[in-house]
Design a protein around this ligand. Structure first.
Ligand code: CMP
Length: 141
């Protein structure tokens, strides 16, 4: 969603704090980084995904070599689903998240700081306005 405001265009994007980070008690640090990075929280929920919900969310990755590991991670504990708003929110969140593989992510990014493997990489960041809207609709009406 794009919202016109005085002084510029704000976008909305979608983020998940994954079970690895929730179980490691990193939610506060990650939310701090999102806010300090210029994103505002519009909606937020703690949810424990069942297998069906995890499959629906990551349907595009079904059949890939990491599919079962990803399903195991995403159903291993609660997640925090967050709709964020800010200038260039999609690109901003992806910059803050860093590369999928924490070892390749730039220093200071969330995945570099808190991820422990390519699957257990602490956060999900929507890759476009369109996927942000579809993904958010799976958690919020
Ligand atoms: P995410 O941004 O949530 O989108 C898809 C997820 O699949 C990704 O983060 C990782 O958790 C996982 N993933 C993507 N590529 C790989 C890979 N090459 N090996 C293992 N897990 C991956």
């Amino acid at each position: 969603m794009v919202i016109a405001v005085r002084g510029g265009m704000k976008e909305r994007t979608f983020c998940i704090i994954k079970p690895d980070a929730v179980l490691d008690r990193l939610v506060g640090k990650i939310i701090d980084a999102l806010l300090e990075g210029g994103l505002d929280i519009v909606q937020m929920r703690l949810v424990w995904l069942d297998r069906g919900a995890a499959e629906r969310f990551y349907e595009a990755h079904r059949g890939k070599p990491f599919w079962e590991d990803l399903m195991a991670l995403m159903t291993s504990g609660p997640i925090i689903a967050i709709v964020l708003e800010g200038e260039d929110a999609v690109a901003r969140l992806r910059r803050l998240a860093g590369a999928t593989n924490p070892r390749e992510a730039a220093r200071g990014t969330l995945r570099r700081r808190f991820g422990t493997s390519t699957t257990r990489n602490a956060v999900h960041a929507a890759d476009s306005l369109g996927s942000a809207a579809v993904e958010a609709s799976q958690f919020f009406c």
